[in-house]
Design a protein around this ligand. Sequence first.
Ligand SMILES: [Fe+2]
Length: 304
Amino acid sequence: MRNLIFILLVFTALTQTLAQSNDADFSFIFMTDIHYQTKRGANEAFQIAIDSANQTNADFVLTGGDLVYDVLRGNFKKSEELFIGYKEAVKGFNMPVYHCIGNHELFAIYEESPEDSTHPDYKYGMFERHLGKTYYSFDHKGWHFIVLNSIDVVGKKYIGMVHKEQLDWLRQDLAKVDKKTPIAIAMHIPLVSTYREIYPKKPITEVPNNIWIYNRKEVLDAFKDHNLKLALQGHMHWIEDLNIQDRTRFITGGSIAGRPSWRRVDDRGDGIYYNEEGFMLINVKGEEIDWEYIDIGWEARATK
Ligand SMILES: [Fe+2]
């Protein structure tokens, strides 16, 4: 009898543990390079992406920047309409959406822009006014998520950079996180990508540049004593999944807009292969993740 009670107790404890671990498992969506606009059918395609996302079991959508296309060239009225249109569209998601800034959200930084640095919405201003802070963190089912702003401006160009004020904030944020807690970060310009190695035809001679985060060592050093499991990246409009030293996965999540943005050009002359328009559904089981790429089935109509 005593043995039976013992077995029953062990069984109950085991099933409770299993139930708890299953409760903690979750899925979320990483959706990047949306390039929202009203031309080329982009808003229609984005609605298809939203409908596809709503059919998943995801808890939330995390974006990877380039939400609108684009405000780099200024023009207040046009830029304002893009942000308002994007905000209206994302109301269609049946789950929370976390916004990440991409290069195309930097207002009026290009030479040809009619507005300049004296405008209150210059650079990050328009994003902040519409969508809130460009870097922040949140917790979800035992994971710590950090959204980073990986873009800065030098002269009239954007570069990959995590600015100093943000690095200070990041170190303070991490100081409050247990060293064992699994961490996921999201940003637009990649920390780590093989793009240059795979496509050496497009040599990059400038440093800093717009392809990788110039001070990435400083950024990664901030996580040295923490459990950084996952870095989600945008910008490249391709799919990439790198497992570095079986410690951190660096995943670049394709794009909603395809490449080139909302156009179909079969041969751009650069020999570069890009992925279909879609997003990643990421499944988290304990500290392990896997993903599937959901092709939204959109085919670009425009060729120019
Ligand atoms: Fe993009």
